[in-house]
Design a protein around this ligand. Structure first.
Ligand SMILES: Nc1nc2c(c(=O)[nH]1)N[C@H]1C(S)=C(S)[C@@H](COP(=O)(O)OP(=O)(O)OC[C@H]3O[C@@H](n4cnc5c(=O)[nH]c(N)nc54)[C@H](O)[C@@H]3O)O[C@H]1N2
Ligand SMILES: Nc1nc2c(c(=O)[nH]1)N[C@H]1C(S)=C(S)[C@@H](COP(=O)(O)OP(=O)(O)OC[C@H]3O[C@@H](n4cnc5c(=O)[nH]c(N)nc54)[C@H](O)[C@@H]3O)O[C@H]1N2
Ligand SMILES: [Mo]
Length: 776
């Protein structure tokens, strides 16, 4: 049977499953990175880019947000997946007007994200006119006119939505939010809404700032590092070098994860001889194979054990001087935690009491504890409370604002943290907006705007009808694919500022525009000469990034230029913001930022210092907490966890080793032993038998939820191969974005509204058609 939709061209008949690896990186990592780079860029561009990656006079890796090592830099300050990200961007393959003339949008809509991404860099601005079958070229000025006309025709600026993905530089992000607010709305959903929003929310409530409190030297100096809900071997490979250093300084590492991820087991540093011929370094000293969503119970259980130990030997466990001087809410926390039932903790986590006691002993013995986390904590309905409990443990032990200790939310996109600092947020504080008004003599709106999930609802329900995206792939990245597709198709206009083709270009509004832009690696020349941009990493370090490559097309424009030119078309020549001067010289943008955003004083000078500069972080710098109480707040949270209903599984949706979010590099997940295909569901062997299946069976996955009106709802994806895998009983795992259709729009974290993509209740059924996944 022919399949329709984005799966139609999938041929996964080569899918192979072998034993998962027990180490990350090593020689295969080097080989894979060079092979991918060479395939996409050829020899010369490969040499030119990989030697400049993350160097002082080079460009910031468009991969993850892990900081570069301060001080000495290795000749190759990158990893396999950074090299893949660069190859993907610096590719010499192009998508030209001839390509669009050859392929109708309907045809492109049948292709996978993988196929679309593989076609190369988009070379010309393109338009899809209402009712047309093909995109056709459009001049830049005409394109801006189309956007301006649509925006001006809206009854209210709040009927437009402006998305940002986290690769946008500080300069472009600052101008983009300035344009949007000058136009009159705060509707600024961003990828962070789906990513670390839960971390930002929890940390702002507890320590008064939504950012991590540690630096690379802190991690290297820690004696205990908890890594919960994160797969660094794949998603932050450079973090493994930092962890290796910490280990050689004597740190112990506890990995908390439902899956035994390769990078958490052993690391072979490909940049060291010992990593090539030796067995590498053992990473985690303890592996807690926790049930999905069990972390809140774990942290509460550990809290209880800390209090028991304190009771047995008063003054030895709780850091009373720190708590008394700097914290609020301790007594309520203690009362609540003392009542936690350890039997429930054991059930919720799937861990043994002995494991809990051992972990508590490690915490008590530690003088310098860091807790790192990523999507395994943030994408749950109780994510904000879970992170609050992690902070509670650190506060009780006085582990904030001290060398070698603190909170470490490990960010995703390379500048997602910087975009927030620059004002990409639907609920930016009034102080920031007032500073914009003063700097530019404008009046920015104060009504909070829509985040990602609420933007989808607004477009779906006809309350918003113009959608613009600065990067990203909104359709594939967001939950509830069917609802999101309806939302975008409902729009009068969709505008995508992009480097590469993706699904958001083929699921479109009545009129659709593609505005092709320069990437990190590209040379950016404006009227006053070569321009540089800057980014902020996961640890609040701000530094420059300079692209060097000749752009693949002379028609590409920088994100800054696109924003400034659109602003002139939309706001007219008399607008008080000096858009033309900003466009011609990015130093002037940084001058304005230095007056608007605290911590950026003297931006142009300091960003050119060796390693850039660190932004202020009051808890880290001086144990000051700008919260509602003026102290660090303990939080009290009713215990929540995720039991598995009878005959069902709880499914997490995650990344393979061969993808960057919705950009699929290839079909191999080397560390997990899955090759040649992505439509797999990893299931505990006992569950496979218990549910009446066999390893290798082909199934449909059906998610089950209660809809907004209280009626049961189902969502289905077809043709996934069952793979027996080490995961807690009742828990399963599959890749995103293929499984996004299963995540209902309303299934979100409380307070942060982040889609709870790591806990979806599903059942399995034999695949409806035998050949569904493999049909060519
Ligand atoms: N190569 C590459 N690098 C990337 C990305 C990429 O796609 N490819 N994406 C970037 C982005 S935007 C982000 S946000 C980060 C994402 O980085 P990660 O958060 O590492 O990404 P995920 O693949 O979502 O992995 C989640 C991890 O948490 C575990 N987990 C899931 N649920 C739970 C739970 O309930 N409890 C615990 N303790 N663990 C759980 C999973 O088993 C998995 O190991 O990576 C960034 N870097
Ligand atoms: N089920 C499930 N869903 C998830 C997640 C999950 O774990 N599970 N993770 C969530 C997370 S953490 C995130 S961050 C989001 C990611 O959501 P997004 O950030 O929206 O998605 P990406 O796949 O990173 O976007 C890739 C596209 O960005 C464009 N691009 C790349 N570089 C540039 C550039 O320099 N400039 C411009 N203008 N465009 C560029 C390219 O066209 C490319 O196709 O997905 C979220 N969705
Ligand atoms: Mo992310």
């Amino acid at each position: 049977m022919m399949r329709h939709g984005p799966d139609a061209d999938i041929d996964e008949s080569d899918l192979e499953v072998s034993h998962p690896k027990d180490y990350a990186a090593g020689v295969p990592a080097v080989l894979v990175s060079l092979e991918r780079a060479y395939e996409q860029m050829g020899a010369i561009r490969t040499a030119k880019t990989l030697t400049r990656l993350n160097q002082r006079h080079g460009f910031d890796c468009p991969g993850c947000a892990w900081p570069e090592t301060p001080g000495h830099r290795k000749p190759a300050e990158f990893c396999e997946n950074g090299a893949k990200a660069v190859a993907e961007e610096a590719t010499l393959r192009t998508v030209t007007p001839a390509f669009f003339a050859q392929h109708s949008v309907d045809e492109l809509a049948t292709k996978t994200d993988y196929w679309l991404g593989q076609q190369g860099r988009i070379t010309h601005p393109m338009v899809l006119r209402g009712g047309a079958s093909h995109y056709e070229p459009i001049g830049w000025d005409d394109a801006y006119r189309v956007v301006a006309e649509h925006l001006k025709a809206l009854p209210s600026p709040d009927q437009a939505v402006f998305y940002t993905s986290g690769r946008t530089s500080n300069e472009a992000a600052f101008l983009y939010q300035l344009l949007i607010r000058s136009y009159g709305t705060n509707n600024m959903p961003d990828c962070s809404n789906m990513c670390h929003e839960s971390s930002g929310t929890a940390l702002t409530d507890s320590i008064g700032i939504g950012k991590g409190s540690v630096s690379v030297p802190d991690i290297e100096a820690a004696d205990l590092i908890l890594i919960a809900g994160q797969n660094p071997g794949t998603n932050h490979p450079r973090m493994l070098s930092t962890l290796e250093k910490a280990k050689s300084n004597g740190a112990r590492i506890i990995a908390i994860n439902p899956l035994p991820e390769a990078g958490l087991k052993r690391f072979k540093d490909p940049q060291k001889v010992s990593g090539i011929v030796g067995r590498g370094v053992d990473m985690a000293d303890e592996f807690l194979q926790i049930r999905l969503g069990g972390d809140m119970a774990l942290f509460q259980g550990l809290g209880k054990l800390l209090f028991e130990a304190e009771h047995a030997a008063p003054g030895t466990v709780i850091d009373r001087p720190f708590v008394d001087t700097h914290c609020a809410g301790f007594d309520d926390y203690e009362t609540h935690i003392r009542n936690v039932d350890l039997d429930i903790v054991v059930e919720a986590t799937g861990l043994t009491l002995a494991q809990l006691r051992d972990t508590a002993a490690e915490l008590i013995a530690s003088q310098r504890t860091v807790i790192c986390w990523a999507m395994g904590l943030t994408q749950h309905t109780h994510a904000v409370a879970t992170i609050g409990e992690a902070v509670n443990l650190l506060l009780a032990r006085g582990m904030i604002g001290k060398r070698g200790a603190g909170v470490c939310p490990v960010r995703g996109h390379s500048n997602v943290q910087g975009d927030r600092t620059m004002g990409i947020w639907e609920k930016m504080p009034d102080a920031f907006l007032a500073a914009l008004d003063t700097e530019f003599g404008i009046e920015t709106p104060r009504r909070h705007g829509l985040d990602t999930v609420d933007s989808i609802r607004a477009m779906r329900d006809g309350q918003a009808s113009v959608f613009m995206a600065m990067g990203g792939n909104f359709v594939s990245a967001t939950p509830d694919t069917a609802a999101t597709e309806i939302a975008l198709r409902n729009c009068a206009l969709t505008v995508q500022v992009s480097t590469k083709l993706n699904r958001s270009h083929v699921v479109h509004g009545r009129t659709a525009l593609i505005l092709p832009t320069l990437g990190r690696t590209d040379l950016d020349i404006q009227e006053t000469g070569k321009q540089e941009v800057s980014v902020e990493d996961s640890m609040s370090m701000v530094h420059l990034s300079r692209g060097r490559l000749k752009p693949v097309s002379e028609h590409l424009r920088s994100e800054v230029a696109i924003v400034c030119q659109l602003a002139r078309a939309l706001l007219g020549p008399d607008h008080p913001v000096p858009w033309s001067r900003f466009e011609s010289n990015y130093d002037l943008i940084r001058d304005s930022i230095s007056r608007v955003v605290p911590g950026f004083e003297d931006y142009n000078t300091r960003v050119r210092q060796l390693d850039g500069f660190a932004l202020p972080h009051p808890p880290r710098d001086s144990r000051q907490f700008h919260t509602d109480t003026g102290r660090a707040n303990f939080s009290v949270n009713e215990l929540e966890w995720v039991p598995t209903p009878e005959g069902r599984l709880i499914l997490q949706t995650m990344r393979s080793h061969d993808q960057y979010n919705t950009t699929i590099y290839g079909l191999d997940d080397r560390y997990r032993g899955v090759k040649g295909g992505r439509r797999v569901i990893l299931v505990n062997p006992d569950d496979i038998t218990g549910l009446g299946f066999r390893d290798g069976d082909l199934v449909d996955i059906i998610s089950e939820f209660t809809g907004p009106d209280g009626t049961p709802e189902e969502r289905r994806v077809h043709g996934f191969r069952v793979v027996a895998y080490s995961t807690p009983k009742g828990n399963a795992a599959a890749y995103y974005p293929e499984t996004n259709p299963l995540v209902p729009l309303g299934h979100v974290a409380k307070k942060s509204n982040t889609p709870a993509s790591k806990a979806i209740t599903v059942r399995l059924e034999p695949a409806a058609t035998k050949d569904s996944a493999w049909a060519v």
